[in-house]
Design a protein around this ligand. Structure first.
Ligand SMILES: Nc1ncnc2c1ncn2[C@@H]1O[C@H](COP(=O)(O)OP(=O)(O)OP(=O)(O)O)[C@@H](O)[C@H]1O
Ligand SMILES: [Mg+2]
Length: 240
C-alpha cells in the first residue's frame, strides 16, 4: 500500500486557484519532492496533506486513511515541519525536545527514548544544553528536524527543510533525511533548489502555477526533455 495517495487535489482561495488537479503517490521509504517556483502551490499542497488546510476538491490518503474523514488517525502517522518554523528560544535544545516529546506520550520511558533518538538525529554535541536563542539557523533546523522525526513517523512532511542554510548544513540535513528513510519513513518535501533535489529525491513532481507538469525519477525526467539538469527541464516546462 502507498504511504501517501494524493488524488485530483485542488485548493482555491476565493476565486484564486492555488492548487489544481494534483495527483501523486509516495511509497514506503521513498523521498518525493515537490519542486517549483515561489507561489507554485507547494506549501498549500503540503498543508492540506498535513491536515492543516481543507481541500476544495480531491482526496488524500495516508496509509489508506482519508485525511479529512480520519484526521486524528492521520495525525498519528505523520509529522509536519512548516516553512519558517522556530523552536522556543528560552529553552535549551534538550529541554525543547523533552517538552515536545511530552506532547506525543505520557509514558516517561518512551519520552526519554524519543528525546534520546532526537538528540542523536540533531547531533548538536554539547550545544544541546545551550539555549535555542544562541543557535544558528542551521542548528535550529537540525533541532526541528530531529523533533519532527523522533516518533519515527510513517510520513514526514518537510516544507523547504534546507532553505536559507549553507552548503554544509544543507548536506547534514540531506543526510539526516536520507538516513531516516532507511527505517521506512516516507518523506514528502518541497524546495525550489532543483540541483539539490536531484541528489536527494527518488522522485519529484514539478509544480508550476498550482499544476504538476511532470512527475518521475529525476534521471527519467531529464532524459525525456533531453536536459542536463532539472533547472533546464524547469525552464522548458515553465515556458511551454
Ligand atoms: N491564505 C491564503 N490566502 C490567499 N491566497 C493564498 C493563501 N496562501 C497561499 N495563497 C496563494 O496561493 C498560491 C500558492 O501559494 P503557496 O504558499 O502554496 O506557494 P509555494 O509554492 O509554497 O511558494 P513559496 O516557494 O514562495 O513558499 C500563491 O499564489 C499564494 O499567493
Ligand atoms: Mg511555500
Amino acid at each position: 500500500m502507498n504511504v501517501l495517495t494524493v488524488d485530483h487535489l485542488a485548493k482555491s482561495y476565493g476565486v484564486a486557484q492555488a492548487v489544481s488537479n494534483v495527483s501523486f503517490t509516495i511509497g514506503e521509504g521513498e523521498i518525493f519532492a515537490l519542486v517549483g517556483p515561489n507561489g507554485a502551490g507547494k506549501s498549500t499542497t503540503l498543508r492540506m496533506i498535513a491536515t492543516i488546510l481543507r481541500p476544495t476538491a480531491g482526496t488524500i490518503a495516508v496509509a489508506g486513511h482519508d485525511v479529512q474523514k480520519e484526521a486524528a488517525k492521520v495525525r498519528e502517522l505523520i509529522t509536519y515541519l512548516p516553512e519558517e518554523s522556530g523552536a522556543y528560544k528560552a529553552l535549551s535544545g534538550r529541554e525543547y525536545l523533552h517538552f515536545m516529546a511530552g506532547l506525543y506520550t505520557n509514558d516517561s520511558t518512551k519520552r526519554r527514548e524519543y528525546v534520546q533518538r532526537a538528540e542523536e538525529i540533531a547531533n548538536l554535541g554539547d550545544k544541546i544544553t545551550a539555549k535555542v536563542s544562541t543557535y544558528s539557523k542551521g542548528m535550529t533546523r537540525k533541532l526541528l528536524l530531529a523533533r519532527a522525526m523522533m516518533t519515527s513517523p510513517k510520513l514526514a512532511i518537510l516544507d523547504e527543510p534546507t532553505s536559507g542554510l549553507d552548503v554544509l548544513n544543507s548536506l547534514d540535513i540531506r543526510h539526516i533525511i536520507h538516513d531516516l528513510t532507511k527505517q521506512g519513513t516516507a518523506v514528502l518535501l518541497s524546495s525550489h533548489n532543483m540541483l539539490e533535489i536531484e541528489y536527494l529525491s527518488d522522485r519529484i513532481g514539478l509544480i508550476v502555477g498550482g499544476k504538476i507538469k511532470e512527475t518521475g525519477r529525476p534521471q527519467d525526467i531529464k532524459a525525456r526533455h533531453d536536459a542536463k539538469n532539472l533547472e533546464e527541464v524547469f525552464l522548458k516546462v515553465a515556458s511551454a
